[in-house]
Ligand binder design. Sequence first.
Ligand code: ADP
Length: 345
Amino acid sequence: MRGLASFLAGLPFAALLIGPGERIAGVNAAAREMLGHAIEGRHFLTALRQPDMLEAIEATLRDHTPRKTTYHTSDAGRESTYKVHVAHVETDETSGVLVCFEDMTEREQAAQMRRDFVANVSHELRTPLTALLGFIETLQGPARHDEAAIDRFLGIMQVEASRMERLVRDLLSLSRVEGEERVRPREAINLSEVLGSVVYMLRPLARDSGAELVFEPIEDTAVPGDADQLQQVFTNLIENAIKYGGTGNRVTITLDRHPKDPALRLPAGVVRVADTGPGIDPLHVPRLTERFYRVDTHRSRQMGGTGLGLAIVKHIVNRHRGRLRIASTPGAGSEFTVILPLWSA
Ligand code: ADP
C-alpha cells in the first residue's frame, strides 16, 4: 500500500498493519524493535505469538469490530506491558487490521508503587495501634486498680502514640516536599547558620547517646534554598549519624565550597555528615532513600525511626537541584554528602 510506511512511521507508538492474505503489510520502527526485524510479509499467526492478541486479531478480521487486549514482553529482565488496540481499517486501495501498542509499563509501575506505599503505611500504623488497643483493654480490665501497672502502661502508650504522630508528620512532610519538587526555592540561605542551629538543637541528643558532635563553622555560604527544608535535611542526617553510630561515636559535620563541583558543574556548597559508627553494607546503600527502607527494621523502630527520613532528604535535595551521596565502610562509619549549588547574585 502506497504511503503505508510513512503513515506508520508517523505514529508515536509501536504499530503494524495486517493486510491482504492476513500478512503483515507494514511495521514501524518501534514495533520492529519489539517484535523482531523479520516480521514484515509474514502471516500474522506465525509472526505474533501471544494467544490473546492472535484471538483478538482473528475476531476483528472476521467481524470488523475494534478490540483491546494486552501484550507482555520480557527483555533483559525488564517486564513491559502494552495495551493493544486492534481495529479494522480501510483505505482507497486496501483494507486490513491496524494493531497499535500503548505502553502501559510506567503507569503499571506507578500503580504498583501506590499500592505498596498504602500497604506500608497501613502496616506501620497498625503496629502501634494494636499495642495501644491492647493496653487500653488491659487498663479497663485486669489492671484497673493496679497503680504501678497503670503508670507503666501509660508510659508505653505514650511511646506508641508518639510513634504514630511522628509517622503522620513525616508522611505529611514527604507529600508536601513531593508536591513542591518542581518549584525552585528562591531565598538566600546561609548554610553555615542552618548547620549551626541544627547542631545546637541536637547537642542534647548527642550527649544522651554518648556521641561527640564536631562542627567548625566557616564563613557565610549562601545557597538558594528553603530554610525549613534545609534544616530538615541536616537534622535528619545528623540525627541518623547520632542514632545509628553506637558507642564511642564521633559525628563530624563539615562545610566546604567547591568553585566548580564535578557533579553539578557549578560552584557548590558541600556539607558532609560523617560518623564513626558501624557503617552500612554496600548492598543496602542504593536503597536507603526508598520510603520505608531500613537496614534493620527492629533497630530503626527502637530508635523511633519511621523509615522516611532519607526519602525526605532526597526529595528536598532534588528540589534544591543538588545531589546526595552516601558512602560507607562497614566497621568504620558512614558519610552522607549534600552538594548544593551556591547562590549567585
Ligand atoms: P529511619 O527512620 O529508619 O532512621 P531513614 O530513612 O532516616 O529512616 O534511614 C533509613 C535507614 O538507613 C535506617 O533505618 C538505617 O538502617 C540506615 N541509616 C541511616 N543513617 C545511618 C547511619 N549514619 N549509619 C548507619 N545506618 C544508617
